[in-house]
Design a binder for this molecule. Structure first.
Ligand code: NAI
Ligand code: MG
Length: 366
């Protein structure tokens, strides 16, 4: 049977950008013979409007069984006053939690045509293609004990960085698996010089490497030095694997290497399923953009590139993923720009569907 893909467009610009992805899925079916069992369901405010909950049990069960889930965005002002238990975000949080998605993938990919949008000099970022893998379900954001306690006559704020061997090993495996589908290089970042959890992190990553992934090139770097290298010479990296806290900071910094929010894809991966594929949720980094929703202005590229990630990391279609990324690159090089990518002197912006159609035309030419 065909691999299954569950599409959850969500709210605001979510359905608008997802409509463009559906065109692209149709193209891969008709032109490249790539068949998926695609199903579509509601999430977020859209699900609340119909079912009174941002994610039904049925949708949750479908997500657990799908080979990959592709989500648009959730939320919007219409739902801001709802009780926390049924807020749109809760739908997304439930997906992440119940699928146990412990590896958060944030690529920083810089298309030459957009290098001017980077916060850095063009030659430092042009052609950049790196992937930050952030541990997402453990570490200092979750560790116990935590709290604000009274000590003598002052308050003390406490958080605990705690990692088990198995938590480190599983995210390390995710990183090594990804590296094999990319540049075959992993740099692990921690602070083994000052943190016990960092010493364990370095040991376990090295052990997993030596036992299971000796073919992948592994290096270790202190996370502060890594932050420096990330802005000094980011192209030296392929896959970076790091803990929840360092990954939060490093992935936000890396996002600014590439420019617009409308271009940034992401993925969250969990444990391998019976068929060997990891549980996977792909989604653009951006939200539902209520300020431009319903106007045909949204840039669909972040969602399109999220689908490209699904092709590469869930469906073993690396060549087709590259084909799609090249098509996006070609369109940008031709000067097609949605409003978020406009610069002084640019003429009328392309609409969401103009951009999708341009990507299809570029695929036709590939
Ligand atoms: P946002 O990412 O939705 O928008 C921030 C700014 O970027 C806006 O000016 C928007 O127009 C622009 N923008 C975002 N995506 C764009 C695209 N594809 N093309 C062109 N311009 C784009 O973040 P914001 O405004 O903080 O949140 C809006 C709503 O989205 C809130 O309800 C928030 O909770 C939700 N949200 C949902 C996320 C998700 O579903 N994963 C993530 C972040 C926010
Ligand atoms: Mg952050």
């Amino acid at each position: 049977s065909n691999p299954s893909l569950l599409i959850l467009p969500g709210d605001g610009i979510g359905p608008e950008v997802m409509a463009e992805v559906r065109k692209i899925i149709g193209w891969f079916d008709a032109r490249r013979g790539l068949k998926f069992d695609v199903s579509e369901d509601l999430v977020g405010g859209a699900a609340y409007d119909v079912h009174g909950t941002p994610l039904t049990d049925e949708t949750m069960a479908k997500a657990q069984e799908a080979d990959a889930v592709l989500l648009g965005a959730v939320g919007g002002p219409k739902y801001d006053s709802l009780d926390f238990s049924v807020k749109p975000e809760r739908g997304l949080l439930r997906l992440r939690k119940e699928m146990d998605l412990y590896a958060n993938l944030r690529p920083a990919q810089c298309f030459d045509a957009l290098a001017d949008f980077s916060s850095l000099k063009k030659d430092i970022v042009a052609g950049l293609d790196i992937m930050i893998v952030r541990e997402l379900t453990s570490g200092i954001y979750f560790g116990e004990p935590r709290g604000i306690i009274k000590e003598g006559n002052e308050r003390v704020g406490i958080n605990t960085q705690r990692y088990t061997e198995s938590e480190i090993a599983r995210v390390a495996r995710s990183a090594f698996e990804l590296a094999r589908k990319r540049g075959n290089k992993v740099c692990s970042m921690e602070k083994a010089n000052v943190m016990e959890s960092g010493i364990l992190w370095r040991d376990v990553v090295q052990e997993v490497h030596d036992a299971e992934y000796p073919d992948v090139e592994l290096s270790h770097m202190y996370a502060d030095a890594g932050a420096m290298q990330l802005v000094r010479a980011p192209k030296q990296f392929d896959v970076i694997v790091t803990d929840n806290l360092f990954g939060d900071l490093l992935s936000d910094a890396a996002a600014m290497l590439t420019g617009s929010l409308g271009m940034l894809p992401s993925a969250s991966l969990g444990a391998p399923m019976a068929n060997g594929r990891p549980k996977a949720l792909y989604e653009p980094v951006h939200g539902s953009a209520p300020d431009i929703a319903g106007q045909g202005k949204a840039n669909p590229c972040a969602c399109i590139l999220s689908f490209a990630m699904a092709l590469r990391y869930s469906f073993d279609q690396g060549e087709e993923a590259t084909r799609l990324e090249r098509a996006v690159e070609m369109v940008l090089a031709d000067g097609v720009r949605t409003a978020d990518l406009m610069q002084a002197g640019d003429t009328a912006p392309a609409s969401t569907s103009d951009m999708g159609d341009a990507v299809i035309a570029a695929l036709d030419a590939s």
